[in-house]
Design a protein around this ligand. Structure first.
Ligand SMILES: *Cc1c(COP(=O)(O)O)cnc(C)c1O
Length: 351
């Protein structure tokens, strides 16, 4: 047994996965208590009266090809939110183990940890260093009970990316003790590559990717976890069978068509150009104190009076994200980059 399995919860290590109904498309299905007719309005390819494939092999193979990894390294999930939850439930014993998070960052890591009864250790990003990760402090905090370190890069809501070499070095240091989870929800908008290429050399590294942002499928709920096959095999015992719905499977296959991918790439380029335009326009505004550099599809913007900016945007029919609850961000808003028309509307509201 490798250390990747040994540091997991003992109950999960020894768990026997649920044995679901056989998947043999083409045979008459009288083994899963389904109805033989489609529901009214069901326009799906396969028919929603049938259960989807319990662990979707064809989808996994296609996504593995897309991300350039072997299929046993990839777990398709109900959004990367589910991957975060599966990791914590599989590795952290309630009341005993811990995760490290680096705020200000995505809130789901801490929420999922608290639901599981895991301790949340915060190692704040260094604002004075452009919200860079304090890798030394993370290392120092990584004592016995810490099983997972969550790094979001590019980070939500600050928009910056951490140095890939430093992330890999951290994973190497923690080898045998803890896993480093790199959430790359926004990497398609960034200037540098994904860390997926580093996984083969660094078994303690885990990458999360999602189709919710750059691939316009937030409503479909599909994300992936890419890791050493031992980690994937462990989580596959815990994930719900049928986690990815038939409608989602079909939407993902449509997205993986060559024309769809060309369109996604073009849209990413548009978002990056709009990001530069909106950032420059906001920097001209008297009410704006700071626009942080961003490698994601949003900007972290500090105002003299964030609440007033929030209200003006809302009056113009535009929602932006209020961050006042985040420590150190009381006057900050997170503004997603939208279509050129939507961005113009936001800029006009703040004029
Ligand atoms: C949006 C977001 C996600 C959620 O991804 P889903 O695949 O939609 O669950 C994950 N991580 C970060 C940092 C995000 O901002």
């Amino acid at each position: 047994m490798s250390w990747l399995t040994e540091i997991a919860r003992p109950e999960i290590r020894t768990l026997r996965a649920y044995e679901h109904a056989l998947w043999e498309p083409g045979l008459v299905r009288l083994h899963a208590n389904e109805l033989p007719w489609r529901a009214h309005g069901d326009t799906s390819q396969a028919g929603l009266n049938r259960y989807p494939e319990p662990h979707p092999h064809a989808l996994t193979a296609a996504l593995a090809r897309f991300y350039g990894v072997e299929a046993p390294m990839l777990l398709a999930c109900r959004g990367s939110d589910e991957a975060i939850d599966l990791l914590i439930r599989s590795y952290c014993r309630a009341g005993a183990d811990a995760v490290i998070v680096c705020p200000p960052t995505f809130g789901m890591y801490a929420v999922a940890a608290r639901v599981q009864g895991a301790t949340v250790i915060e190692v704040p990003l260094r604002r004075e260093a452009g919200y860079d990760c304090d890798f030394e402090a993370v290392r120092a905090q990584c004592t016995g009970g810490v099983k997972l370190v969550f790094l979001c890069s590019p980070n939500n809501p600050t928009g910056n990316r951490f140095e890939p070499g430093a992330i890999v070095a951290l994973a190497r240091t923690l080898q045998g003790r803890a896993l480093v989870v790199v959430d790359e929800a926004y990497v398609e908008f960034a200037d540098g590559p994904s860390l997926i290429a580093q996984l083969a050399a660094q078994p303690g590294l885990i990458v999360l990717r999602t189709l919710s942002k750059a691939y316009a499928l937030a409503g479909a709920r599909c994300g992936v976890l890419i890791a050493h096959p031992d980690v994937v095999a462990l989580l596959r015992k815990v994930i719900q069978p049928y986690a990815v719905t038939q409608l989602t499977i079909e939407a993902v296959f449509n997205m993986l068509e060559p024309e769809a991918l060309d369109e996604a790439r073009a849209r990413c380029a548009t978002i990056r150009a709009e990001r530069a335009r909106v950032a420059a326009a906001l920097r001209e505004r008297d009410s704006v104190r700071q626009v942080w550099p961003s490698e994601a599809n949003f900007l972290l913007v500090e105002f003299d009076d964030a609440l007033s900016a929030l209200r003006r945007a809302h009056d113009a029919g535009v929602l932006v994200r209020d961050l006042h609850a985040a420590p150190g961000l009381t006057q900050a808003l997170r503004i997603s980059i939208g279509s050129p028309e939507h961005n113009d509307r936001l800029l006009a509201s703040l004029a």
